[in-house]
Design a protein around this ligand. Structure first.
Ligand code: HEC
Ligand code: HEC
Ligand code: HEC
Length: 441
């Protein structure tokens, strides 16, 4: 008994130490990048006094672009709240730790970062230390932002100074996130401070892509599995992490991010152009935008220049295959049952070949979602459908939503179907059980 108490106390302290994982509660539709409405001005401008064209400081414009690349707005805007005013809640896989909230980064002097100097801001981004010296939790991805060059951070600082100041204090954090001192140990164990160092053996384009993916883009925050203390595991980088996020309005469940390496169960089947198209537009012949990637693409990646999106794709295409999913063998009976479910519910759009069809659906054969080590996102797509977020770039040929099948199949049927998908057409992926499906309901 005593042993148990010690164990759980230890687990609590360790988990508090490790603290946090990014993402969650974000509202898919929340996009502060809605096209400016072309409404007529309320008062006609006198003909003799044309308003001067607004001059945008190039440093501010650069900062705005980079703030988008870092997707600051998705995390620093609560549901229905003002952009950058914070208050969005984040959960970790350890629910007993409670929630942590993003801060107000508008220039309000009392509740935001209005009194922060440029040096304070740079220190926070590079080292995870706030202006008052307190240690920030890595739900704020300073572990990635540390790579960002000082000039780029100066531009972001200049831009944040120009956003509307909002007087708003985010809610208090869960008890575990009121203690900040454990972060000293966490940082000592897991945080490597330092700017991005170009690889001289690679092209300039590859280095630009690596700088964006590793730094501001913080892709590894979701796409890398974490250890028990919630630090990213460098030995399996980009092979696909898991995190709590929204599955449907007001409902949070686990998602699994895809393996971004060239593994067969990852992006092995995607060309560099497929990757670039998906990042820039949320659509490519391989996949359409849904789930947590809605926010990433709608609020951030679609605003990048085609050159930057291409550079990122060049870097991602170069990630060596790692973390291949395990295989399984179905009995003839299991295969027949799974195939029958596929014919009834899925074939109409995804085709008997599994290759999908133009204007109908993306392929499930070779899909990184179907084959992911952790099946959460595959199960979510079946239970909740695959929904294209509001504000998606929606290029020509993009698919519409896939419907939800939660009411049409039992947990056992969805598990059978998932196992069929994970073994047919040369796909790989370990077994999915009815209990796995039940957890996602
Ligand atoms: C994945 C979510 C996420 C993203 C993306 C993100 N932040 Fe944050 N940020 C947070 C959270 C959560 C906190 C609060 C951390 C804490 O309280 O320890 C935070 C804290 C901060 C702080 C400290 C503020 C204070 O008052 O202590 C600054 C500055 C900041 N973020 C700036 C940015 C900028 C600039 C960007 C974009 C380049 C950005 N953040 C992107 C989640 C995020
Ligand atoms: C907030 C967490 C999060 C972040 C940040 C994130 N991803 Fe993802 N990503 C996911 C999840 C979860 C999935 C699987 C479900 C989905 O598509 O939303 C995914 C899927 C993908 C896929 C496969 C899509 C498919 O349907 O096969 C690609 C490619 C991808 N992400 C690239 C990136 C890149 C590049 C970045 C960095 C710029 C990035 N992601 C940042 C969570 C994230
Ligand atoms: C009415 C047409 C339709 C039906 C029926 C349908 N889907 Fe889909 N599916 C789609 C569309 C469209 C998308 C892409 C949606 C988007 O871009 O957000 C999709 C996406 C997916 C994805 C994500 C693929 C990836 O790699 O990003 C999976 C997995 C999936 N469907 C599985 C299934 C399964 C399993 C069934 C049967 C239970 C099914 N679908 C039934 C239309 C359909």
């Amino acid at each position: 008994m005593k042993y148990r108490i010690t164990r759980s106390t230890l687990a609590f302290t360790l988990a508090a130490l490790g603290a946090v994982m990014a993402v969650s509660f974000a509202d898919f539709a929340q996009s502060q990048d809605a096209p400016a409405a072309d409404v007529a001005p309320a008062e006609a401008t006198p003909a003799d006094a044309p308003p001067p064209a607004p001059t945008v400081d190039p440093l501010v414009a650069k900062g705005e672009y980079l703030a988008r690349a870092g997707n600051c707005v998705s995390c620093h805007t609560r549901h229905g709240g003002e952009p950058f005013a914070g208050g969005l809640a984040f959960q970790t896989p350890y629910s007993f730790l409670g929630e942590i909230h993003s801060t107000n980064i508008t220039p309000d002097p009392e509740t935001g970062i209005g009194t922060w100097t440029e040096a304070d801001f740079i220190r926070a981004m590079h080292t995870g230390v706030a202006a008052d010296g307190s240690k920030l939790f890595p739900a704020f991805p300073y572990t990635a932002f540390t790579l960002v060059g000082e000039d780029d951070l100066k531009a972001i600082y200049a831009y944040l100074k120009t956003v509307a100041p909002v007087k708003y204090t985010p809610p208090g954090n869960g008890i575990a996130f009121m203690m900040r001192w454990p972060m000293t140990f966490w940082n000592a164990l897991f945080f490597k401070e330092g700017r991005y160092q170009p690889d001289t053996k690679q092209t300039e384009e590859w280095n630009r892509g690596a700088y964006l993916v590793e730094g501001l883009g913080h892709c590894s925050a979701c796409h890398t599995p974490r250890n028990l203390l919630l630090a990213e595991r460098q030995d399996v980088k980009y092979t696909g992490g898991t995190q709590p996020d929204v599955v449907a309005e007001g409902k949070v469940r686990t998602w699994s991010a895809a393996n971004l390496t060239q593994a067969k169960s990852g992006l092995g089947g995607w060309s560099q152009d497929n990757i670039a198209k998906y990042l820039k537009s949320g659509h490519s012949p391989k996949a359409g935008i849904f789930g947590p990637m809605n926010e990433v693409i709608i609020n951030s990646l679609q605003h990048l220049t085609p050159e930057d999106a291409k550079a990122m794709s060049v870097y991602i295409k170069s990630l060596p295959a790692m973390g291949e999913s395990p295989t399984q063998t179905l009995t003839a009976e299991q295969k027949t049952a799974g195939e029958a479910l596929y014919k009834t519910h899925c074939e109409e759009c995804h085709n008997s070949s599994g290759r999908g069809a133009f204007l109908k659906a993306p392929p499930v054969a070779g899909s990184a979602i179907v084959q992911a080590t952790h099946p959460a996102s595959l199960i979510n797509s079946i239970l909740y459908g695959a929904k294209v977020g509001v504000g998606s770039p929606n290029p020509f040929g993009a698919w519409e939503d896939m419907p939800s099948f939660a009411g049409k199949m039992t947990d056992d049927e969805i598990a059978k179907l998932a196992n069929f998908l994970r073994t047919n057409w040369d796909n790989v992926g370990g077994p999915v059980t009815a209990a796995d499906v039940a957890k996602q309901r």
